[in-house]
Design a protein around this ligand. Structure first.
Ligand SMILES: *Cc1c(COP(=O)(O)O)cnc(C)c1O
Length: 402
């Protein structure tokens, strides 16, 4: 039986996996200790659980446990990485390189640094959302101290070539940070192989709880220095003070363990469902454009349905949870800066819908979604004089050709 509403907004957040919840529950009351309490069994029990989770998180990205710093999520991790590295390396230079399609947590951290005298280069992307490695190379100067480029985009799913970027950064002794909130647990990631120095992770994007995340901070040579942005009791090697969120950390660890074991078959399943969705919609509707190209996150599909408003479509589709690049639906109230960076026409930005597939979606849900979206797009287009005019023009030109 199909259960409504259907959740297809897994890039915004994911449900906690039941196995993750089970692992967390004892740590709210039964095993409630403070992991920093060194003098009794309650503290030791909590600390042991944190150690185990830390090891699981590290293992998923091929890091060492001591390189994992717990934060409240990827927003904080991005702030700590960018502001913390800028402060630590400001004697060496004042230049940072990032990209226009980054998450606001990265862009706004960079903007904040600009107000403090740092210079930031925002690399452009092409129509598919890819950056040019040549352009990156020419942007680097002897004053560049940090490159911040995401692993996978949260709107269009585009993957950046981390290995090539990492090699470029390492050769020049530049710190390389990557926001991997969408990538960790979905695609294989190896911080050693990719030459990543700082990596942001968020548990709630990978079937863990909200409010917990991590920053991987390279401590093997070449070791990365960071200045903390939160001062206090000296937790997390002094990089992030504050009592650890033990239940959250335990859940985060369990989510990483599950991802490590199930990621590959799950990615295949996501790709199958995503292609079924895309083929279904492209088979039933004309004038649909796929936003973002090339290799993408397994669960991502971003489509623009020309001649309709994404917001009207979402209103009509109350039984399916989706997201649009159009304005007024996000905290920022701005149309998508990512779709704009692709050079997408303003109308197509407003006509965009992000489908974010996840672990718990079924083929039946995808088929229902294809049917409902096709039905509503067709209905809304019938009300559009522009669509009718385009159809007539299309027919006329087809007649002239034949
Ligand atoms: C969700 C997300 C964030 C923010 O993560 P929080 O844990 O919610 O703070 C940052 N970057 C990307 C790419 C994201 O998808």
């Amino acid at each position: 039986m199909l259960k409504l509403p259907i959740y297809l907004d897994n890039h915004s957040t994911t449900p906690v996996d039941p196995r993750v919840l089970d692992a967390m529950l004892p740590y709210f009351n039964e095993k409630f200790g403070n992991a920093a309490s060194r003098n009794h069994a309650f503290g030791w029990e909590a600390e042991a659980a944190v150690d185990q989770a830390r090891a699981e998180i590290a293992r998923l990205i091929h890091a060492s446990a001591r390189e994992i710093v717990f934060t409240s999520g990827a927003t904080e991790s991005n702030n700590l990485a960018i502001k913390g590295a800028a402060e630590a390396y400001k004697d060496r230079g004042d230049h940072i390189v990032t990209c226009v399609t980054e998450h606001h947590a990265v862009l706004d951290s960079c903007k904040s640094l600009e107000r403090h005298g740092f210079k930031v280069t925002y690399l452009p992307v092409d129509r598919a959302g890819h950056l040019s490695l040549e352009r990156l190379e020419t942007a680097l100067t002897d004053k560049t101290i940090l490159i911040s480029l995401m692993a996978a985009n949260n709107e269009i799913g585009t993957l950046h070539p981390l290995k090539e970027i990492g090699r470029m950064a390492r050769k020049r002794n530049i710190v390389f940070h990557s926001d991997a909130a969408q990538a960790v647990g979905k695609i294989p990631l190896d911080v050693e192989e990719a030459g990543i120095d700082l990596l942001s992770i968020s548990a709630h994007k990978m079937y863990g709880p909200k409010g917990i995340g991590a920053l991987y901070v390279r401590s093997k040579a070449p070791k990365v220095n960071l200045k903390p942005i939160i001062d206090g009791g000296g937790h997390e090697r002094g990089l992030r003070s504050g009592t650890l969120n033990v239940p959250g950390i335990v859940g985060f660890g369990k989510a990483c363990e599950i991802a490590r074991e199930e990621m590959m078959p799950e990615a295949q399943q996501m790709i199958k469902l995503r292609e079924r969705l895309k083929d279904g919609l492209l088979g039933r509707l004309d004038e649909v454009c796929v936003n973002g190209g090339g290799e993408r996150l397994p669960g991502n599909m971003n489509l623009s349905f020309a001649y309709i408003e994404g917001e009207s479509l979402m209103m009509a589709l109350k039984d399916i949870a989706l997201s649009t690049g159009s304005a007024c639906t996000t905290a920022s109230l701005e149309p998508s800066h990512v779709l704009r960076a692709l050079g997408l026409d303003e109308n197509l930005i407003h006509a965009s819908i992000r489908f974010g597939l996840g672990r718990f979606n079924t083929e039946e849900e995808i088929d229902y979604t294809v049917g409902r979206v096709a039905e509503e797009v067709t209905r809304l287009r019938k009300l559009s004089p522009l669509y009718a005019a385009a159809q007539r023009a299309g027919r006329a030109s087809a007649e002239t050709v034949s």
